[in-house]
Design a protein. Sequence first.
Length: 183
Amino acid sequence: MKNIRLLSLLISPLLFAQGIPQEILDTGERASQELIQQLGSRLKQEVATNGLVKAAEFCNRNAMTLTEEVNLHQLEGTSLKRISLKVRNAANAPQEDEHRVLESMQEMLKEGKLGEYLIEEDGRFYKYYKPLVIKKEFCLACHGDLSKNPELSQFINEHYPQDRATGYKTGDLRGAVLVKIKK
């Protein structure tokens, strides 16, 4: 039954919030935006101050810690993480059901039907998915064509030997912030 409900939610953005308590929507949006802003502002600051390679080093050392710090400030029963179909860090790999949602988001994006979020009811939890679509050239410096920056490419290859998070273009789905909220 879960997949049928998720499918119906994926078909129309107007159905995204149907039957979902407003506090769940507010919690998902607030938590996902907090993580996006925290990581984005710190990364932009690092690039501006120290350049791309140092920013990649910063990300390597601190992205998971920053995510955990944002997690500590959430309401009890709420947790968040980043997920992607093309991971740089294995800790961001989606679980099987999350993988299916990301694939659905990818299809919706191609069809021009991807909304601001998706909600899935999963037993004892709501799962709020905030799509991360590449909208700025800034993101492509580390997630686009790395051949343009051999020093950065070397760093990524050394620190992320299994990296698959490159080759993106503006408008591609990078992944999602997943906010899990206990019912």
